[in-house]
Design a protein around this ligand. Structure first.
Ligand SMILES: NC(=O)c1ccc[n+]([C@@H]2O[C@H](COP(=O)([O-])OP(=O)(O)OC[C@H]3O[C@@H](n4cnc5c(N)ncnc54)[C@H](OP(=O)(O)O)[C@@H]3O)[C@@H](O)[C@H]2O)c1
Length: 381
């Protein structure tokens, strides 16, 4: 066998042996967390809003990360990932598409963990089945088929959504919803809530497949994610937040009541649940549930200069809260709504000023401009 091939082969064997050892005997420290073992993990849809932040956190934690993207040649879309600390040494980006069978085999091979975040977060324009349901459900099964083939895999963390819990009309509003609650497929179909339907069907399919095939699956159910965006284009939910801050009502009007969570908390929660040996099942990841009016009143009091909408129509939707004790009992603490919007607004302002200043031929001190504008808007009330 040529020397290089022999070296690669023996390295892979060593990695596999380490995973088997840890799986059988637990970490050498004797603690419950699988600490010190920062092996190789795969993040699907790595260029997305949440996934980019997760990749950043995984790299900072010392992991080797293989991210899947649809087009690894798209330098503009991926530049933010290559700028992350540790990326040059420990990040690899490979091509994979949810709609192609076997597409994730190479990316997942040799990984101990898979974070499956890729899923369409869009409002379908004409064909919900093709645009959102199939990529979510078939895509998840495709990823899991690749996981099944892997000899090194320890755990799969699936990014589901709190919309898999709350889209139902048959619960007691005085009892906070917990992980035992599932959205009603019939209701989602009747009301054409395609995103919630896609996430509910995908998570159910994942549980069924993993139960049948002995794959260790945990799922994270974030509510609406707010925070700084790393990718160059804002994803659909980050654009909705920008719209609200500019005074647009429509998207949030439809939300009515919503849970909110900081993007950093969602990423940290993924890593915690991956590393903690005893974690199992579903985890709701949400800081606070609020009505639109409560949210804009809070934001207006902190940011009086922003042209936020004043009043929302009351919708005939059930009142709900989330019980997040399964996660908080592990010691997890959520950042507040104030903190997530502060970080989000600061990042949007920096981005706006950066874009404006990069078009500006006369070179000013941009860092100073960003700082002073952010300070102006961020005047605490
Ligand atoms: N944002 C929220 O408030 C929120 C809340 C709860 C749960 N989640 C979940 O978090 C995950 C990430 O969402 P996000 O908010 O970060 O949205 P996002 O930025 O739009 O990310 C979605 C990712 O999925 C990828 N994707 C979509 N279709 C694909 C396909 N056919 N093949 C391969 N990749 C595909 C996208 O790739 P491209 O970049 O190539 O399009 C993108 O990387 C999703 O599972 C979403 O359901 C989000």
């Amino acid at each position: 066998m040529p020397r290089v091939a022999y070296h690669l082969h023996s390295q892979q064997l060593l990695e596999e042996a380490m995973v088997v050892y840890i799986y059988l005997y637990g970490p050498s420290t004797g603690s419950k967390a699988m600490d010190n073992i920062k092996g190789k993990v795969c993040v699907t849809g790595a260029s997305g809003f949440l996934a980019s932040w997760l990749v950043k956190r995984l790299l900072l934690a010392g992991y080797h990360v293989t991210g899947t993207v649809r087009d690894p040649g798209d330098d503009k879309k991926l530049a933010h990932l290559w700028k992350l600390e540790g990326a040059k040494e420990r990040l690899q980006l490979v091509r994979a598409n949810l709609m192609e069978e076997g597409s994730f085999d190479e990316a997942i091979k040799g990984c101990q963990g898979v974070f499956h975040t890729a899923s369409p977060v869009i409002k379908p324009s004409s064909d919900p089945k093709a645009e959102i349901l199939e990529p979510a459900v078939k895509g998840t099964l495709n990823v899991l088929h690749s996981c099944k083939k892997s000899r090194t895999l320890r755990r799969v963390v699936l990014t589901s959504s709190s919309s898999t819990v709350r889209a139902r009309d048959d619960f007691d509003p005085t009892v906070p919803l917990d992980e035992s609650s599932w959205s009603s497929v019939d209701l989602c179909e009747k009301l054409q809530i395609w995103y919630a339907l896609s996430k509910t069907l995908a998570e159910k399919a994942a549980w069924e497949f993993c139960d049948e095939n002995g794959i260790d699956l945990v799922t994270i159910l974030p509510s609406f994610i707010v925070g700084p965006s790393l990718p160059p284009e804002l994803c659909s939910t980050a654009s909705d937040v920008l719209g609200l801050l500019k005074g647009e009502k429509e998207k949030f009007q439809w939300h009515g009541r919503m849970g909110y969570v900081h993007i950093d908390d969602v990423a940290l929660c993924h890593i915690l649940i991956y590393e903690h040996k005893d974690c199992h099942g579903r985890y709701i990841c949400s800081s606070t549930v609020m009505d639109n009016d409560e949210l804009v009143s809070l934001l207006s009091s902190h940011y009086p200069l922003l042209p936020l909408p004043q009043r929302f129509e009351r919708l005939n939707r059930p009142y709900y809260k989330f019980n997040t004790s399964k996660l908080t009992s592990l010691g997890f603490k959520f950042k507040s709504v104030q903190e997530m919007f502060y970080d989000c607004i600061a990042s949007l302002l920096s981005r706006a000023i950066y874009l404006q200043s990069s078009n500006d031929k006369s070179k000013t001190n941009h860092t100073q401009t960003i700082d002073s504008t952010v300070d102006n808007y961020m005047r605490p009330a």
